[in-house]
Write a protein that binds this ligand. Structure first.
Ligand code: ATP
Ligand code: MG
Length: 487
């Protein structure tokens, strides 16, 4: 596809050869590029035609045009139009208005969603403080924080202005369904040919307006294998700290796109190289920097193995769970804290719960973690201490646990990264696929060589609690009760 692109770029530049100064847009007619309606989502095309029919201009823009020209399957389709979000919403009954910082419309067709945004004009002008309550932004179409970060960006404009405020040149390519041409406003075609990521305008100013653009540069470098052009790369390390001013919920979404889209390993390495990782996972970064290791965990090897697992799953079309990725990225910190709490005399299970609380509390200051993810993360971590204990009915009970599969996959990653667990992964693999009588044999084989750690202990009679027996257990209480039984 890139060879085709070369001739396309040559044609495009020859169109301009006569004029000394390059003028934009470069318009590539239908005959000179390979993007056709048949490559596009039928629903996206439907949206374009409906907007045209209602008298508006409408283009495909961003990742879908870029990826198609590079020769990769677009992830989603973004439409841009001169209709306001409210006008778009009134045209499509299957749509909803979303966003405050950046208002747009989602048009849904079953499971597919087409994002429709309105041409934006230049940057926001007014000044506002980060800590300003949302109410003071009310009624404003544009606003910036004291750090220069754009808080509101709802001033509409024309296509030229819209192109200028996009992030990278290859993201400012527009496909016009009226005549099937591609409009290149910022030299994106040439940059695709050069395999480079180039920010539109002054890099410092663009990162100041929106520090997430630094993460996006890394994301595209990981995904496309392109180089970040020198002036685009230069200020990143120095400006990385601006990520501290981005709402944790937005960073949570960005992390999933960065590390959970099939190029996790490459992207993780780039994030560290550019000094951005520490603003996403401060504890994990500090731990990796410190070089801390233990017999049963090598943090770097473990994280890389976890990312490799996610990348491989995505490459082979399997699903991945965000909580699994987060459980991987935070596990080394949990292991370290767990050790520290135990060293202070806390029994193993409550120490683990305490460690999980601490690590999660610290992490949510950087990237939010919705409860629907943090609960399964805790279960996966918990399971690492339950999977070795298989005697009696335990193995059968664990197999029934809704998080068994995730806990088991996590265990395999630990083993693959060098943690010696005495064949535990292989045992569970066999156990899952065995008949009931084989399963009983497998459990017997454990009982036969029961170690101090694993072997059943005589159950101590439980002391009855004198009071508060009706109260719900706190983490610590439930931990202690279970611990007497487990260890
Ligand atoms: P992907 O393949 O991941 O969807 P994308 O480039 O389409 O990549 P989106 O987040 O879908 O990324 O954004 C669509 C388009 O909106 C981008 O191509 C870019 O033109 C513009 N855009 C998105 N985020 C920003 C930003 N932070 N600053 C400027 N422009 C942006
Ligand atoms: Mg997109």
């Amino acid at each position: 596809m890139l060879t085709g692109l070369k001739s396309l770029v040559r044609k495009a530049t020859s169109l301009l050869a006569s004029s000394k100064v390059q003028t934009y847009p470069i318009i590539i007619p239908r005959s000179d590029h390979s993007l056709s309606r048949t490559n596009l989502s039928a629903n996206a095309v439907k949206v374009l035609y409906r907007l045209n029919k209602a008298g508006y201009d409408a283009f495909l823009v961003g990742g879908c045009v870029r990826d198609h020209l590079i020769g990769i399957e677009p992830k989603d389709f973004d439409v841009v139009t001169n209709a306001t979000p409210e006008e778009v919403h009134s045209i499509f009954s299957n749509s909803r208005l979303i966003g405050r910082r950046f208002k747009l419309v989602h048009v849904t067709f079953g499971r597919e969603m087409i994002e429709v945004s309105t041409f934006r004009a230049g940057s926001a002008q007014s000044e506002d403080d980060d800590e300003t309550p949302n109410s003071s932004l009310k009624g404003k179409d544009s606003a910036r924080s004291t750090h220069g970060i754009v808080l509101r960006d709802n001033v509409y404009g024309n296509i030229e202005e819209d192109a200028e405020r996009r992030d990278f040149t290859f993201n400012a390519l527009y496909y016009n369904v009226k005549d099937f041409s591609i409009h290149d406003y910022c030299g994106g075609l040439k940059d695709i040919e050069k395999k480079q990521i180039r920010i539109i305008g002054d890099a410092r100013q663009r990162y100041q307006e929106d520090p997430v653009r630094m993460l996006r540069a890394i994301r595209f470098a990981g995904k496309l294998g392109f180089e970040i052009e020198a002036a685009t790369a230069a200020p990143i390390k120095e400006m990385a700290h601006l990520l501290d001013h981005i709402p944790p919920a937005r960073l949570f979404e960005e992390v999933l796109k960065l590390l959970g889209s099939g190029n996790g390993i490459k992207t993780f390495e780039l994030l560290r190289q550019y000094g951005l990782f520490r603003y996403l996972f401060p504890d994990t970064d500090a731990l990796l920097q410190s070089g801390w290791k233990r017999d049963d965990i090598d943090p770097e090897a473990f994280i890389l193995q976890g990312l490799r697992n996610t990348d491989d799953r995505i490459q082979s079309g399997k699903t991945t769970a965000p909580y699994f990725l987060y459980a991987v990225l935070l596990w080394p910190s949990v292991a370290l804290r767990h050790e520290e709490f135990q060293a202070q005399g806390m029994p193993a299970t409550p120490a683990l719960h305490q460690a999980a609380n601490m690590v999660l509390d610290n992490q949510v200051a950087s990237t939010a973690i919705p409860r629907r993810f943090s609960t399964p993360m805790r279960e996966i971590w918990d399971m690492q201490y339950r999977l070795p204990k298989r005697y009696g009915k335990r193995a059968f009970l664990l197999l029934e646990h809704p998080r068994f599969r995730a806990g088991f996959d996590f265990l395999l990653i630990r083993e693959l990264s060098g943690t010696e667990l005495d064949g535990l992964g292989a045992w569970w693999e066999e156990f899952q696929h065995a008949t009931e009588s084989q399963q009983r044999e497998l459990i017997k084989s454990i009982d036969a060589r029961a170690s101090d750690k694993e072997g059943p202990k005589k159950r101590r009679p439980r002391r009855r609690k004198k009071s508060n027996s009706h109260n719900r257990d706190t983490n610590d209480n439930s931990g202690k009760t279970r611990e007497n039984f487990d260890e």
